[in-house]
Design a protein around this ligand. Structure first.
Ligand SMILES: Cc1cc2nc3c(=O)[nH]c(=O)nc-3n(C[C@H](O)[C@H](O)[C@H](O)COP(=O)(O)OP(=O)(O)OC[C@H]3O[C@@H](n4cnc5c(N)ncnc54)[C@H](O)[C@@H]3O)c2cc1C
Length: 306
């Protein structure tokens, strides 16, 4: 466990936005979290893991807890069950489930970050899959009752880009998952490779961002009438709407924060010069244009820390 003061956070978020933590605690196991809890004197921390779905402010954050990978081996049992520390890197979990022939993880290929945050946002991947489908339960710290709890799948309120954890009441420490219908791992490796190639072509990999900035809005009769090619989709691609407006907004592609031409739902920080304020200003301009043209209120998928 380590505690740092006035710690820079620029390298701890994938947007590479400048920010500072007055107090930063790093934890790779539950006992270290407990130490941070004991020392917090009831202050509510900002919880950070891989920092790949978060927009940090320029002003200093008082208290930040970062969950980091414990780097322990990950071994599903013979029934496809596996339990991991929340700070575990999602890619390590996926490598392990694929190596053991348990299907599912390959749908979340190239999604950065931790298993705990994947549960927090119920991440979505290929085959219209959501991580929540594999989660049987979590151990969490309850900030309200100040106690450790175990929550079962049915209590986790998984939805599109959301879960119970958006309430801010809990800190996920351990995640139990169940994979089913074992197959030869070569099949999963081939699928993984195929999805990885598609993603590298369609998204701006290597450019600082927090992934898709926007949640895809719920599809509507109005949108279907205008764009019938998406009629079968429950969620309408936000990037498509933004792309339609981009010829009229060359300024979206020139500032310190920019819309990606490769995937219009991504906001990027290509030169590492943007601040949280730049990203918010650009996102407000995009949201207002989309609302005016399509009557759609875009909601950020990225968590905005105030
Ligand atoms: C290039 C790129 C591609 C991406 N592709 C996808 C994609 O295809 N699908 C998708 O769904 N997402 C995608 N994302 C978004 C992101 O990777 C995921 O949301 C990921 O799960 C975030 O993990 P993290 O550990 O980095 O979370 P962080 O950014 O550190 O945290 C995200 C949120 O989770 C909360 N949190 C983190 N850990 C815990 C915990 N243990 N307990 C309670 N709350 C916690 C934080 O407080 C914060 O609110 C992409 C991002 C990038 C940069």
């Amino acid at each position: 466990m380590s505690r740092q003061t006035d710690a820079p956070l620029t390298q701890l978020n994938s947007f590479k936005l400048p920010s500072v933590a007055r107090e930063l605690w790093l934890a790779t196991k539950r006992s270290q979290l407990q130490a941070a809890i004991n020392a917090s004197h009831h202050r509510h921390p900002v919880i950070l893991a891989g920092g790949s779905n978060i927009l940090l402010p320029e002003h200093p954050l008082e208290l930040v807890w970062q969950l980091r990978d414990d780097l322990l081996p990950i071994e599903p049992d013979s029934q496809g069950r596996v339990s991991v520390w929340a700070g575990t890197s999602l890619s390590r979990l996926i490598n392990s489930t694929i190596a053991h022939g348990w299907p599912g993880g390959e749908n979340f290929v190239l999604i950065p970050g931790s298993v705990g945050a994947a549960v927090y946002n119920n991440i979505h991947g290929y085959s219209n899959d959501f991580i929540g489908r594999y989660v049987t339960g979590v151990d969490a710290w309850d900030f309200q009752d100040r106690t450790w709890v175990h929550l079962d799948h049915d209590q986790l309120q998984f939805g599109y880009d959301t879960s119970l954890f958006h309430s801010g009441r809990y800190l996920i420490a351990q995640v139990d998952l169940q994979f089913k219908n074992q197959v030869p791992s070569g099949l999963l490796r081939a699928r993984y490779g195929n999805y990885a190639r598609q993603k590298r072509v369609s998204q701006p990999y290597g450019v600082p961002s927090a992934g898709c900035f926007w949640a895809n809005p719920t599809n509507s009769a109005q949108l279907c009438a205008r764009f019938p090619q998406f009629a079968s989709k429950k969620q309408f691609p936000a990037g498509f709407l933004i792309e339609q407006l981009s010829p009229a907004h060359p300024e979206w592609f020139t500032g310190p924060a920019q819309v990606s031409r490769r995937h219009h739902s991504f906001i990027t920080n290509p030169d590492g010069q943007a601040t949280g304020r730049d990203v918010l200003a650009l996102s407000a301009a995009i949201a207002s244009s989309v609302r005016d043209e399509f009557g759609v209120a875009l909601q950020p998928e990225v968590v905005i820390i105030k």
